[in-house]
Design a protein around this ligand. Structure first.
Ligand SMILES: NC(=O)c1ccc[n+]([C@@H]2O[C@H](COP(=O)([O-])OP(=O)(O)OC[C@H]3O[C@@H](n4cnc5c(N)ncnc54)[C@H](O)[C@@H]3O)[C@@H](O)[C@H]2O)c1
Ligand SMILES: O=C(O)C[C@H](O)C(=O)O
Ligand SMILES: [Mg+2]
Length: 580
């Protein structure tokens, strides 16, 4: 695909084939020479437009769309026509358009935009077709160098659950979550879109409304689990390793149990990354570090209640715990005791037993004798009782339970700590545990807040605006992935992720002004992710994981030079040139 630094590009497509290939199409921006050499003469109106003019026209058209969902559909169609224009437009209006192509609108696109399937994007690997998996994989990737593979089995899409291949015939194609995450890699970190691959692993769905819909475009079958599932995923992972050994393999929105197992299984043999576990852990740790900078306390001084002990909740707990050990020199056992995890059965405590406590949660399981005075008849301890007893300094929501942080909960928390740190992280916006405006009002502006989806600023009692930091893994995962890709890192280590987190935390606006947002604004996210990528690649070089030969001092230039930018290259016809 055309890239900034390769101004001249040899292309083997002509005429209609060129105009209908989104990687090469420039529409009205083809120069007169190109129109002549590529048989485009009669196919375009006469004026040669600049990319800026095309952006302006596309932006005007976008604004005539009435709702975020319609805008999302318009942008998808632009992406299908002209990738450079799509990314150029997004880059120009980043703050405004990220929520349209990504959280929160993307969730609504998956859930609501049924029956409008138009065009597929990326790769679908379906369980019953596994015998031809290698052939299917090579069909789309032969001759291509792939840096990044984003895959999902769509069992736990954001907070909206099992979406099969991604909602019924969604207008945004069913690869929606992997392709949205891939687009963010390009937009915010500079991954070349022609070198990334979005994959849906279709192992069926347990969502009855999908199974009962005859227009469902995925494999209409109950989800495959157990050994058959593992063998299918393994077949795919081994193909990635065989044909693209230096790629980063990103797992998105897998069900919790699979998410943890797969990460542990593959993390020592390939550069794999689970965004919901590691990306969320990293961005949340950065936000916590910024918040304790405001309260002038240490990580190990905090008491954490984490509400929702799935992929994200446990990822957050582990990441913060590891930082406590690394930064404050706290023993692991002591650090674990700073966490109270809550899930559907209340506080995770010993007597819940193995049927309700997944093995990964064991290290954070609380003793029963803590709760003798508070548990209810079901042997469960709810959030309000837990807050009353624990007096948490930090409350994090990853539960998908909208409204769980009630006024009572928030006010109770504010009794026990001067500046409650409250992060309702569930996405999309409609699932947030508390509207940050309410949390701000109920604590008289004392709460330090961050959310997973974008929210407008709140009014502080002094009349100032308080910016609600968007604690979404997109502030860090594109940089983590790109750093691993540029350094050709063989694996992605915990220390590389900590390096990313520290770099992000160092960019917090609250470091300069404690009343400012805890994390950088998403409008600044390309610069932020560049810094993150540099930190990750530097760490990879330093600890000998990098597959490239370079000095740490050279990393900044290498990463910057490797960034793909949405600009048109000049085309020269060559029958042996690029076709895809
Ligand atoms: N801000 C971010 O960057 C970010 C990143 C990842 C996930 N998330 C959000 O966090 C939420 C969880 O995602 P996940 O990937 O961990 O999903 P998950 O399915 O792995 O975990 C959700 C957990 O919440 C529990 N839960 C559900 N209802 C509950 C209730 N009423 N009370 C207590 N616990 C309850 C479930 O049992 C499960 O353990 C989603 O809304 C997702 O969008 C946000
Ligand atoms: O997709 C997002 O916005 C963040 C996260 O990966 C999620 O699952 O909610
Ligand atoms: Mg996710």
């Amino acid at each position: 695909m055309p890239a900034t630094l390769r101004n001249i590009f040899r292309v083997a497509l002509r005429g209609e084939a060129l105009l209908t290939n989104p990687h090469f199409n420039k529409g009205t921006a083809f120069s007169l020479e190109e129109r002549r050499d590529f048989c485009l003469g009669g196919r375009l109106p006469s004026k040669v437009a600049t990319l800026d003019e095309q952006c302006q026209r596309a932006y005007d058209q976008l604004n005539s769309q009435e709702s975020p969902l319609h805008k999302n559909g318009f942008l998808q169609s632009l992406k299908d026509q002209n990738r450079v224009l799509y990314f150029a437009l997004l880059s120009k209006h980043l703050r405004e358009l990220i929520p349209i192509i990504y959280t929160p609108t993307e969730a609504d696109a998956i859930a609501n935009y049924s029956h409008l399937f138009r065009r597929s994007e990326g790769m679908y690997l379906t369980f019953p077709n596994q015998d031809s998996m290698e052939e299917d994989f090579l069909e789309q990737t032969r001759g291509r160098e792939i840096d990044l593979v984003v895959c999902s089995d769509a069992e736990a899409i954001l907070g909206i659950g099992d979406q099969g291949v991604g909602g019924i015939g969604v207008r945004k194609p069913p690869n929606v979550i992997s392709s949205a995450k891939s687009s963010i890699y390009t937009l915010l970190a500079g991954v070349n879109p022609a070198r990334s691959l979005a994959v849906t692993l279709d192992v069926g769905t347990d969502n009855d409304s999908l199974l009962n819909d005859e227009l469902y475009v995925g494999w209409s079958n109950k989800r495959i689990r157990g050994e058959e599932y593992d063998a299918f995923v393994d077949k795919f992972v081994q193909l990635v390793r065989k044909y693209h050994p230096h790629s980063l393999l990103h797992f998105e929105d897998f069900g919790t149990a699979n998410a943890y197992r797969l990460l542990e299984k593959y993390r020592n043999e390939h550069a794999v990354f689970n965004d919901d576990i590691q990306g969320t852990g990293a961005v949340t740790l950065a936000a916590v570090m910024a918040a304790i900078g405001v309260t002038k306390t240490k990580l190990s001084d905090q008491r954490f209640i984490i509400y929702g002990a799935g992929s994200a909740g446990l990822g957050v707990a582990r990441q913060i715990r590891d930082a406590m050990v690394l930064i404050d020199g706290f023993p692991v056992g002591e650090a674990n005791k700073r966490f109270w995890m809550i899930d559907r059965y209340g506080v995770i405590k010993e007597s819940l037993g193995p049927s309700k406590i997944r093995p990964e949660l064991e290290e954070f399981t609380r003793p029963d004798d803590e709760w003798v005075n508070v548990q209810n008849s079901d042997n469960q301890v709810g959030l309000l009782d837990a807050v009353r007893q624990v007096k948490p300094t930090v409350l994090i929501g990853c539960s998908t339970h909208n409204g769980a942080f009630t006024e009572d909960v928030i006010k109770e928390m504010a009794k026990g700590t001067e500046r409650p740190i409250i992060f309702p992280l569930s996405n999309p916006s409609r699932l947030v545990e508390v509207d940050p405006k309410d949390a701000n009002d109920w604590t008289n502006g004392k709460a330090l807040l961050a959310t997973g989806s974008p929210f407008p600023p709140c009014k502080m009692p002094n009349g100032k605006n308080y910016v609600i930091a968007e604690c979404n893994n997109a502030l860090i995962y594109p940089g983590i992935g790109f750093g691993a890709v540029v350094s050709k890192s063989k694996t992605l280590t915990d220390s590389m992720i900590i390096a990313a987190t520290r770099r992000l935390a160092s960019l917090s606006p609250a470091l300069k002004d404690p009343d400012d947002g805890l994390l950088p604004d998403f409008g600044d996210s390309p610069g932020v992710n560049l810094e993150v990528a540099i930190a990750v690649a530097e760490q990879a070089v330093e600890e000998g994981r990098a597959g490239i030969q370079c000095q740490k001092e050279d990393v900044r230039r290498l990463v910057t030079d490797a960034q793909w930018k949405p600009l048109y290259a000049e085309y020269v016809y060559d029958a042996n040139g690029e076709k895809e």
